[in-house]
Ligand binder design. Structure first.
Ligand code: 5AD
Ligand code: SF4
Length: 446
């Protein structure tokens, strides 16, 4: 019998990209290819790429050089680039540097079998056309790199917010939501397979909107449907835009115990001057009003954010406003970046990347140092309390310990006892660092 070709997929970037790799895996295994987790067994290597910052692209370029060296040793090896770098770098990487045989953008994955066929007949294959309606709604992702407990579901694709620093509208195209029924079915399927946590993904999940049987389903409506699938299934979502965070959504999160009490709300900057140049469509005051609403409607809700240091024209006063906003909110966690100019963005076309690298670096360090303090303070507040934890697996540090997460997305490490991964336990928190809580199991939940 003819042996199927082995595909190895390497993924960079956001959770959305990891979710896309599961869709790619599904399309290819349905079409007679096998997956491998060992690069040495691969006949085809796919790199699913990210363009969000220059550093992300550099990492992929280095990796492609390594794959090219593998191809020298095994001449039949096919190397393909998927995802956000596809359209932007296809000419340089494929034609000039001869690093690639195939390039497919985020909306072209259904065509991968044909594209691979083209490569098989000696041609280079490219498809980077973006679509207005592709959502891969009918494709059941292959959860090939999963712990069997937590997983994710893409609920919408693309973005039309045009934040001036961001490459995503150009790499992923128009915003489009996926059918609510298919999202609910996929959640049910995961629940029946024993999964206990699902993260609903999109570049802007809270602008989700879908019409089904004459009913308009907003993100709030979708959350209600997904939460109702099983009380044992925890629901998270990422990422949200502050402009689409109505009280109605917050009341829904408060009402369902399995909707996690943790909201990721990227602020990017605390300065109205910066927020204007970033085209974020809200002010510091509007953002802080949403934080107030979250605190009022969902007491104990954890908050995390994204922050960019050193955006165009950022002054020391702007930077201080970011620090003061972080203090005012008291974030539990944050992803913090130095600004990296990206081609084909509003900022690259209309603004000057004029904050010197050393200044960006220093401001970023101040932001990170402050966040460490804030994270520690938030975690110390939990010491002495009992929290519900979903066990995810064995702790990296000790065989005798498990780690899991609270509804507020905090990692908790504790002695195993008689519990198992995938179960919920109550843990009494005995200690905390800025990154982790330590505790002891109090009892087993039913
Ligand atoms: N430079 C630095 N950080 C960026 N982000 C997006 N674009 C850039 C950029 N050009 C950050 C934002 C976003 C997160 C996913 O990445 O904070 O929320
Ligand atoms: Fe990177 Fe953004 Fe593309 Fe995700 S959507 S892979 S973060 S560029």
């Amino acid at each position: 019998m003819k042996k199927n070709k082995n595909i190895y997929i390497e993924t960079y970037g956001c959770q959305m990209n990891f979710s896309d790799s599961e869709i790619v895996a599904s399309i290819l295994t349905e079409n007679g290819y096998d997956l491998t987790t060992e690069i040495s067994r691969a006949d085809i290597i796919f790199v699913n790429t990210c363009s969000i910052r220059e550093h992300a692209e550099e990492r992929v370029r280095k990796r492609l050089q390594f794959f090219k060296s593998l191809r020298k040793k095994s001449p039949g090896l096919i190397i393909g680039l998927l995802g956000c770098m596809a359209d932007r770098t296809k000419t340089a990487l494929m034609e000039e540097e001869q690093l690639l045989d195939l390039v497919a953008g985020p909306d072209a994955y259904r065509h991968l079998p044909q594209l691979l066929g083209q490569v098989g007949s000696g041609q280079k294959a490219i498809d980077t056309i973006l679509s207005a309606d592709e959502t891969y709604a009918d494709i059941t992702p292959v959860r090939y790199d999963s712990n069997g407990i937590s997983s994710f579901i893409s609920i919408m694709r693309g973005c039309e917010n045009y934040c001036s620093y961001c490459v995503v509208p150009s790499t992923r195209g128009q915003e489009r939501s996926r059918s609510a029924m298919t999202i609910v079915n996929e959640t049910r399927d995961l629940s029946e397979k024993g999964f206990r946590e699902v993260t609903l993904l999109g570049q802007n999940v809270n602008s989700y909107c879908w019409e089904e049987d004459g009913e308009k389903i907003t993100f709030t409506g979708l959350l209600e449907k997904v939460a109702a699938v099983s009380p044992l299934m925890r629901i998270r979502f990422a990422t949200s835009h502050p402009k689409d965070m109505p009280d109605e959504l917050l009341h829904t999160i408060a009402r369902f115990p399995n909707l996690c009490k943790s909201i990721h709300l990227p602020v990017q900057s605390g300065s109205n001057h910066m927020l204007g140049l970033m085209n974020r469509k809200y002010t510091r005051e509007v953002y802080l009003d949403r934080i107030r609403a979250i605190r009022e409607i969902i007491p104990g809700c954890a908050l995390s954010t994204d922050i960019i240091a050193g955006f165009c024209d950022e002054t020391e006063a702007d930077h201080q406003e970011t620090l003061s906003l972080m203090e005012a909110v008291g974030y539990d966690a944050a992803f913090m970046f130095r600004y990296s100019e990206r081609p084909q963005t509003l900022a690259a076309d209309t603004l000057k990347d004029n904050v010197p690298d050393a200044v960006k670096e220093r401001r970023l360090k101040e932001i990170i140092d402050l966040q460490q303090k804030l994270s520690l303070a938030r975690n110390l507040e939990v010491v002495g309390k009992t929290v519900g934890v979903l066990i995810e697996g064995r702790s990296k540090r000790s065989e005798n310990q498990f780690f899991g997460r609270t509804s507020t997305n905090k990692v908790v490490v504790f002695n195993k006892g008689n519990s198992l991964p995938g179960e919920y336990v109550n843990v009494m928190v005995t200690g905390a660092t800025s990154a982790t809580l330590l505790g002891q199991v109090v009892d087993l939940k039913e």
